[in-house]
Design a protein around this ligand. Structure first.
Ligand SMILES: *Cc1c(COP(=O)(O)O)cnc(C)c1O
Length: 372
């Protein structure tokens, strides 16, 4: 059995190395390293895949979120609502722009923002909601869009962990996550479901005017050469990364299917275990399993992590501290107990290796050591 890794990027590369190497060498031959035709090709292919009008490639997922807030004209003193159970980037950019970050607790079952608690967090200063499709499953976007419309709020989807997942409307219609709100953001960090070989990100929108702003802000606020309408940033996707992504995009559905299959295999091993709660599948979303995250019940997580380490099985805790209790967010004035579900999840969750190259033999070994 091969050593078990949290993600196996080498194994994945070996299956597509000819296509990747060929596409990268075309970029080098052309020397069109910035905004070259490879970036444009990938952009068009991703627009088609997502069925969205505009994809704006950028440097990383964090920039995608920051540029989105800037393009919507959000300013210091405004308020944005998001989840306290996510990677810091989601709320970090809010804070960096001087915008007040308000958290709303998550649901125990799906790890995603609890839409029943959204409205009571809205104030006259609230300008936007950032739902985070955590671990690969969509938030309840139909309800979120209804609430946003009622209160005239923007919606920026953080789809960094869920590219390729479908949101399923009550009437059965499906849309790719990230294409439902005013703006969607994703990351191509190497370990994400669609990852490049460095940093990368993209922003999605169906609105022409928002798209124009996003493009301009990613390019120093420049809309006409050397005419700067506003202050922007320098955030671009490298042509070499676009070459990698354009190849991997063709495999994305197959990669997500492999993750789902691995998740089902794990589920069968753990579903009746008294100390383990397997991931809940929501009726309104497909799951692309960026992470396979269990909740431990009446179990000593530290001991389990130690045991897995001895068996050379990497496991991770996403996330050990909710954002409202992070030192960096102390200034927001939140306290322990403010978001009890997020806090309890931080104490209960454990994520197992899940990737496109995981074998059933490896999964059996992982399962044996986790529950044996
Ligand atoms: C990875 C991630 C980001 C940030 O993406 P980077 O490309 O690393 O900047 C933002 N939000 C979530 C939920 C993420 O998982």
């Amino acid at each position: 059995m091969n050593p078990i890794k949290m993600v196996d990027l080498k194994g994945q590369y070996e299956k597509i190395n000819k296509e990747i190497d060929e596409n990268i060498s075309q970029v080098i031959d052309s020397t069109a390293f910035i905004n070259g035709p490879k970036v444009k090709d990938f952009q068009t292919h991703l627009e088609n895949y997502l069925n969205v009008k505009h994809v704006i490639p950028c440097a990383n997922g964090t920039d995608a979120l920051q540029v989105s807030l800037m393009a919507l004209g959000l300013q210091a003193g405004d308020e944005v609502i998001t989840s306290p159970f996510t990677f810091i980037a989601t709320a970090e950019v809010v804070g960096l722009l001087g915008i007040n970050c308000k958290f709303v607790d998550v649901e125990w079952d799906t790890f995603n923002i609890d839409v029943t608690q959204l409205e009571k967090a809205i104030t006259p200063k609230t300008k936007a909601i950032i739902p985070v499709h955590l671990f690969g499953q969509s938030c309840q976007m139909e309800t979120i869009m209804q609430i946003a419309k009622k209160h005239a709020l923007f919606v920026i989807e953080d789809a960094c962990q869920a590219i390729g997942a479908d949101f399923i409307y009550t009437n059965g219609e499906k849309k790719k996550v990230g294409t439902i709100g005013d703006i969607g953001c994703t990351s191509f960090f190497p370990s994400k479901n669609l990852g490049c070989y460095g940093d990368g990100g993209a922003i999605f929108t169906n609105d022409d005017e928002i798209a124009r702003k996003l493009r301009g802000i990613c390019n120093h606020g420049m809309f006409k050469q050397y005419h700067h309408e506003l202050l922007g940033v320098n955030s671009r996707l490298d042509a070499i990364q676009a070459a990698v992504l354009d190849v991997k995009l063709q495999h994305l559905d197959e990669y997500n299917a492999a993750r789902r299959k691995a998740a089902e295999f794990y589920n069968k091993m753990f579903e009746n275990h008294p100390k383990i709660e397997i991931p809940t599948l929501s009726a309104f979303s497909t799951h692309v399993f960026h992470q396979y995250t269990l909740k431990l019940k009446n179990a000593n997580r530290e001991e389990i992590i130690e045991k897995m380490k001895e068996a050379e099985v990497p496991v991770m805790v996403y996330y050990p501290i909710p954002l409202h209790l992070q030192e960096a967010f102390q200034y927001l004035g939140y306290q322990k107990g403010d978001f009890p579900i997020a806090e309890k999840l931080c104490e209960s969750v454990i994520s197992l290796p899940i990737h496109t190259e995981l074998t059933e033999e490896q999964q059996q070994y992982i399962g044996k050591h986790l529950i044996g």
